[in-house]
Ligand binder design. Structure first.
Ligand SMILES: *Cc1c(COP(=O)(O)O)cnc(C)c1O
Length: 345
């Protein structure tokens, strides 16, 4: 058995995936009477490609990987869900997370009755590698998020390698915010570590959160398992078209990215002058985490001004914290005006 086979749940090793009509032949035939579709041609009368062949080929080309190392999901949230299903027994196994972090790992695990072991980040929001490795026998999958949501900081390559060298189960590195970061993506490490899965998404820098498209990079064996257990038509024809279009014309995205990063630096500097600010955390992402004395009060004040931010006051180690997404220059200006007028009453 390969290492991946020993890691996936035994009942999934030989599972027969749904053989969709469309996956049985690669070429578009002249007369397609195999899928009970309405024959009258429109943009969407046909079932989409369940294997996302064009999309994967293009992503692979741009990222210097092979298509067999690329999975595309209905948002990276789908990949998170499938990864837990692939490696964790309900009612028995556990995943590990490092709080504070993205909430979906916990939500997906809980839905499947998979326990969540938390090895919290340190006070300075660093990963507690010693304790992560010490407790590894308790969890099948370790979720790392870098840049981390909501703290905004990144795991260094040497830290990641230290974890990968010691961790025997699956390591998921969620790079949803990697486009905003000065740190390079770690996606190439999937060729060195057969237990590493790297997640990226079209929802943040690419500006397509409403489309629902996310990527998982991993060794071809894990990717093949993800394709076998996903629902056959997880990406609509429209979604696959839009991804190809976005990948062909990335200029607008690159321009917006520059504006957002410039705005982030400006906002960072301006926030630093607020007298009631206790802490402001450096960010590799498109949001800034701040700490104030009374986060609930400031949160409600901003709501009254018509501005909604993310209240993280109740997250682990985040008392007093608000997470602020970088908006347009106009939106950030409105935020700053409101913040300057804020007085605790
Ligand atoms: C926003 C976000 C995602 C994106 O999820 P999608 O399902 O791709 O929209 C994934 N991980 C983290 C940490 C996020 O903050």
């Amino acid at each position: 058995m390969t290492a991946t086979e020993t890691r996936v749940l035994p009942h999934l090793r030989n599972i027969t995936p749904y053989a969709s009509a469309r996956s049985e032949h690669a070429e578009k035939m002249d007369v397609m009477l195999d899928a009970n579709e309405n024959p009258f041609e429109t943009a969407e009368n046909r079932y989409p490609d369940p294997e996302h062949r064009k999309v994967r080929a293009e992503i692979a080309l741009q990222q210097g990987l092979s298509a067999e190392e690329v999975f595309v999901g209905n948002g990276s949230d789908e990949a998170i869900d499938l990864i837990i299903r692939l490696f964790c027994y309900p009612g028995k196994d556990a995943i590990m997370v490092c709080q504070p972090t993205y909430g979906m790992y916990q939500v997906s695990a809980s839905i499947m009755d998979v326990r969540v072991i938390d090895v919290p980040m340190t006070d300075g929001f660093r990963w507690d590698i010693e304790h992560i490795l010490e407790r590894q026998s308790e969890a099948r999958v370790l979720f790392l998020c870098s840049p981390n949501n909501p703290t905004g900081n990144s795991l260094g390559e040497s830290e990641l390698r230290e974890i990968l060298l010691g961790w025997k189960g699956i390591v998921v590195l969620d790079e949803a915010y990697i486009d905003f970061s000065l740190h390079p993506t770690m996606r190439k490490l999937i060729r060195e570590y057969d237990n590493l899965i790297v997640l990226q998404t079209f929802s943040k820098a690419w500006g397509m959160a409403g489309l629902r498209a996310g990527i998982a990079f991993a060794n071809p064996e894990i990717i093949a398992y993800l394709y076998r257990i996903k629902s056959p038509y997880n990406l609509s024809a429209h979604t696959q078209e839009r991804i190809l279009q976005a990948l062909a014309y990335p200029d607008e995205m690159r321009h917006q990215l520059k504006v957002i990063l410039h705005e982030r630096d400006k906002l960072m500097a301006a926030l630093g002058h607020l007298p009631y600010l206790i802490n402001i955390y450096p960010s590799d992402a498109n949001f800034i985490l701040i700490r104030v004395a009374d986060a609930d009060h400031l949160y409600r004040y901003l709501l009254e001004k018509g501005i909604v931010v993310r209240n993280r006051n109740r997250a682990v180690n985040c008392a007093g914290c608000l997470r602020i997404t970088i908006g347009t220059p106009e939106e950030n200006q409105l935020l700053l005006v409101s913040l300057h007028h804020y007085h605790r009453t």
